[in-house]
Design a binder for this molecule. Structure first.
Ligand SMILES: Nc1ncnc2c1ncn2[C@@H]1O[C@H](COP(=O)(O)OP(=O)(O)OP(=O)(O)O)[C@@H](O)[C@H]1O
Ligand SMILES: [Mg+2]
Length: 342
């Protein structure tokens, strides 16, 4: 590469088709104000960012809801220009055995760095649940000895994989799944900035398929936009490759009416499209959960039956007969008991 090309966007084509960043990275929030959802927890982080006395923190929660992003924003807001010298970031792709804790982290903690007054160096341990228990043990004393100069921020999916002694040294912040309205707001902003053409059905489908995971929602938005040029419900389901909830709704409706033949017909349609039993049963669950036409009691019974079937499928019996059995039971649940007198 010639030296003049360094640092620019890769020149992979004519100037009219610039290299496109994944939108998840392009629209990664830069300050805590831009991180959506989990308002109370983010408010706490904002106070820490303002006052400067950052405790050791663990942020835990499901993938794609802003854990890594918030820690980076926090570190940037705390340290400003000193970010480069003041932060050591290690994630699961780095070697993080006992040796690294003993050498690299300790050496960083001992290093003298000029920071804004009242601020501390920060060690970011992303995906900390993948650190071995031994390495976590080695952290215990280090965290204490150097706590006057260095603070630790950990992010993980499961806080139970962090050993108890480390949990007890940290403030644990739990992030919940993002709400539909929060995801919708962000998607609309991105649609606006990227001039994406969409309809309401498309956005509903994105929110339905992402299940509270912002990263997935944004990725699916970008894939649908670049693949089809228009974000409609149908296109989103083509990209996500999940059974279409409208078909699943019609299955449930047939079950409510006791029409097993109708329900089985639709089920076979999905089966022939190649969806696995797990895909289908999970979609049935998600559709039933939000299905307004079902009375509360029936909904609960339906969910119970779906749960049992899900369990059997996970045990290995993922056949169409298993799903057929589920539909038969759902049909029966809504039939009048008198019909069963022999
Ligand atoms: N709360 C949020 N507000 C705005 N954007 C978000 C939010 N959560 C996630 N995103 C988007 O998703 C991308 C991934 O988020 P992030 O890396 O913070 O996820 P994570 O919680 O660390 O997930 P993982 O557990 O997989 O590491 C970000 O680049 C951003 O575009
Ligand atoms: Mg992360």
């Amino acid at each position: 590469m010639s030296s003049s090309a360094k640092g620019k966007a890769p020149a992979n084509g004519p100037a009219t088709t610039p290299y496109e960043l994944p939108w998840v990275e392009k629209y990664r929030p830069q300050t805590l104000d831009d991180v959506v959802g989990n308002c109370d927890t983010i408010e706490r982080l904002k106070v820490i960012a303002k006052d400067g006395n950052c405790p050791h923190v663990i942020i835990s929660g499901l993938p794609g809801i802003g854990k890594t992003t918030s820690i980076h924003c926090l570190a940037h807001q705390l340290l400003g220009d000193a970010y480069k010298e003041g932060v050591l970031e290690l994630n699961a792709s780095d070697e993080r055995g006992i040796d690294v804790v003993r050498n690299k982290i300790k050496a960083f903690a001992q290093k003298k760095v000029t920071l804004p007054p009242g601020r501390h160096k920060i060690v970011i341990l992303d995906e900390a649940d993948s650190m071995t228990a031994g390495a976590q043990q080695a952290l215990r004393r280090t965290m204490e000895i150097f706590s006057n100069t260095t603070r630790f921020c950990l992010a993980c999916n499961m806080s139970s994989k962090i050993i108890e002694p480390i949990q007890s040294r940290c403030a644990i912040l739990r992030y919940a799944k993002l709400r539909d309205t929060e995801i919708l707001k962000r998607l609309l902003e991105i649609c606006e900035m990227e001039k994406v053409e969409y309809n309401d059905d498309g956005l509903t489908a994105l929110i339905f398929t992402c299940e509270g995971d912002m990263r997935q929602a944004i990725n699916n938005l970008q894939s649908t936009h670049s693949g089809f040029g228009f974000v409609s419900g149908e296109n989103v389901f083509k990209v996500c490759d999940q059974p279409h909830p409208v078909i699943v709704q019609s299955i449930i409706r047939a079950c409510i009416e006791g029409d097993i033949n109708g329900a089985m017909g639709k089920l076979n349609e999905l089966w022939e499209q190649g969806y696995s039993a797990v895909d289908i049963v999970v979609t049935i669950f998600r559709v039933v959960k939000t299905f307004d036409e079902l009375p509360e009691y029936t909904k609960l019974e339906y969910i119970k039956e779906i749960g049992f079937t899900h369990m059997r499928i996970l045990e290995g019996v993922g056949t169409v007969i298993q799903l057929g059995g589920l539909l038969a039971r759902l049909c029966k649940l809504n039939m009048k008991p008198e019909l069963f007198h022999i």
